[in-house]
Ligand binder design. Structure first.
Ligand code: 4AD
Length: 552
């Protein structure tokens, strides 16, 4: 490679290229620069003013230039060593400063007494000195300024540490998920800046309550959003600290709260039926069997039958109880244990049942959306959520089959639907997603429903039954009227090949002052998957149980 050297117009710099337009001033620097940049030894062409042109460097001049380049190299090395030494000295100085600042984390007793506040209350304490306890959710360290986002289960609070407090060694070593008590003044954020609650805590003092590990065991190594779902489920106890899961759990709590409020307004009484039972409700194939002191027993599939026994003593009733299903299928909406909210209403007909269900969804979702925390969380998790409105679309099973056939949706055997076919999960979801509104799917054939469902008077092939379908999830509720005539109920047991002897107590309801009644069961996790736009019900249970998963 030819490199030009021009004593008059050249420039000795590491950015010089060596062309005629960008020549070096000296041959020594040209050699040094080429070696420094790892380009090898160049062929030097030197400008001769007398010829007004470039000539190859003479052997003696090249020797001299090589010596000069050697000198330049030594000088540069020395300079680098000096700079490194200076940097080290500065780092040592900062470290020393940090060590000495370490002792300065102490409360200034002349400040006003801090009052203890949960984060949601701290938002309302602008201008006051507060003590807020929580966990370090996020931390950003600019050495002189340390920003912490504190989490306490009531909200998130942005906090800023400045001056010596920021520089202190302990502050520099703070880790995610360490628990701390922050003391400071709540300030309103200036226009244009945003943080939860519109405030920032100016910290003047803090205490570490419990350290969380850094390095290998650090929280982010344990819970990584992109990790395999089953690894995240192993770490569920830590994953629950994440923003999405904890938000879903908050919505879940609010849903329960407002459902209870609805039941109270409607005059229902809460009862707690047993979980260990000796009767089935929804078919033998999903029963979890257990050895009960040598007798066969099951974990309950539904508390419905027990609720029915309460009508004559307590009036309309409901329960919030775990139900258990030994589901073989691995679907996004099946759990082995789920929170089943069931209710039973006396002296009603099928239309009353549907109106009651309609009201339940419109009112409970209305309460959540009006709640400042609930409404904000649902909008955040599910920005396109449409709260249900009256009246719900009503669709008979036989009309649903027609719709499915018209839209080319096949049954489970890949054929056209015919009367008596089950509408499986995928077909059901296709239908409700296409329609995009809540649907009451009604009047299912007796053969695909449970023993207790009464036949419709105008068409005895079908029952007074309803599934509530919601877009994105499908069935979230199953309900029906209950056969209240003893003979018809016995026919139901016979049809389903169930021995009715263990159900003597249930049959007695038909003997001792029977009345028309009906009820339903709400799948809590499915309702949340719909409200919070979660792909699977597993995201809506605290510690989900499904095939192969019973820990932690
Ligand atoms: O339709 P199901 O099986 O109805 C009953 O159990 C009735 N005895 C309830 C009643 O009338 N009291 O279940 C009711 C609801 C379903 O609509 C669904 O939302 C939910 O319970 N569900 C499940 N949720 C999660 N995982 C499972 N394996 C579920 N099975 C039913």
């Amino acid at each position: 490679m030819s490199v030009h050297v021009n004593e008059k117009s050249g420039v000795d710099s590491l950015t010089t290229v060596g062309s005629v337009e960008s020549a070096f001033q000296t041959a020594a620097f040209a050699l040094y620069a080429y070696e420094e940049l790892g380009r090898g030894e160049p062929k030097l062409l030197v400008f001769k003013p007398e010829d007004n042109g470039y000539e190859e460097i003479s052997a003696s001049a090249l020797k001299k230039a090589k010596k000069g380049a050697e000198g330049l190299k030594k000088k540069a090395l020395k300079q680098k060593e000096l700079e490194a030494k200076k940097q080290q000295q500065e780092a040592d100085k900062t470290a020393k400063q940090l060590e000495s600042l370490d002792i300065k984390i102490e409360e200034d007793k002349s400040l006003p007494q801090a009052h203890k506040a949960k984060i949601n209350k701290a938002y309302e304490s602008v201008g006051q000195r507060v003590k807020v306890n929580g966990w370090i959710h996020r931390i950003r360290n600019n050495k002189k300024l340390v920003f912490i986002v504190l989490r306490d289960g009531y909200g998130y609070l942005q906090a800023v540490l400045t001056g010596n407090l920021a520089l202190a060694k302990q502050t520099q070593e703070l880790t995610l998920e360490s628990s701390v008590s922050l003391y400071g003044t709540v300030n309103k954020l200036p226009e244009g800046k945003s943080a939860p609650g519109g405030v920032e805590l100016s910290v003047d003092y803090y205490e570490v309550v419990g350290w969380a590990p850094g390095g290998e065991d650090s929280f982010t190594n344990k819970v990584n959003e992109n990790a395999d779902p089953s690894l995240l489920l192993d770490q569920r106890h830590l994953a629950l600290r994440g923003e999405t899961l904890s938000s879903v759990m908050k919505v879940r709590a609010l849903w329960m709260k407002y459902l209870r409020k609805f039941f109270e307004n409607e005059g229902l009484t809460e009862v707690t039926p047993p979980c260990m039972v000796q009767t089935q409700v929804e078919g033998g194939s999903t029963l979890f069997k257990l050895n009960y002191y040598g007798e066969e027993a099951f974990l309950t599939q539904s508390s419905q039958l027990y609720l029915e026994t309460c009508l004559a003593s307590l009036g309309d009733v409901y329960c919030v109880q775990e139900s258990f299903r030994a589901e073989k299928s691995h679907t996004r909406r099946h759990l082995s244990e789920y929170t089943h909210i069931e209710s039973e209403l006396a002296f009603i007909d099928f239309d009353d049942l549907l109106s009651h269900l309609e009201k339940l969804f419109v009112e409970t979702v209305g309460y959540i959306m009006e709640d400042p925390v609930g409404g904000a969380l649902v909008k955040q998790l599910n920005p396109d959520f449409k709260a249900p409105t009256y009246p719900f679309k009503r669709l008979d099973y036989k009309d649903a089959l027609e719709w499915l056939n018209e839209h080319g949706v096949p049954n489970e055997d890949g054929q056209k639907f015919k009367f008596g076919d089950d509408i499986a999960e995928a077909a059901e979801r296709k239908m409700v997603d296409t329609m995009g509104v809540p649907i009451f799917l009604t009047r299912f054939p007796a053969e695909i429903k449970s023993f207790y469902m009464p036949r419709c008077k105008d068409d005895p092939r079908v029952t007074e039954s309803v599934d509530v379908l919601m877009p994105n999830v499908g069935e979230i509720t199953g309900g029906s009227m209950r056969t209240w005539n003893e003979t018809d109920l016995l026919e139901g047991y016979q049809r389903e090949k169930i021995d009715h002897a263990p159900y003597y107590w249930y049959l007695d309801q038909r003997k001792y002052g029977s009345v028309p009644h009906g009820g339903y069961g709400l799948g809590t996790e499915r309702i949340l998957a719909w409200l919070c736009n979660r792909y699977t019900v597993r995201d809506c249970s605290l510690y989900p149980r499904f095939t192969g998963r019973c820990k932690p």
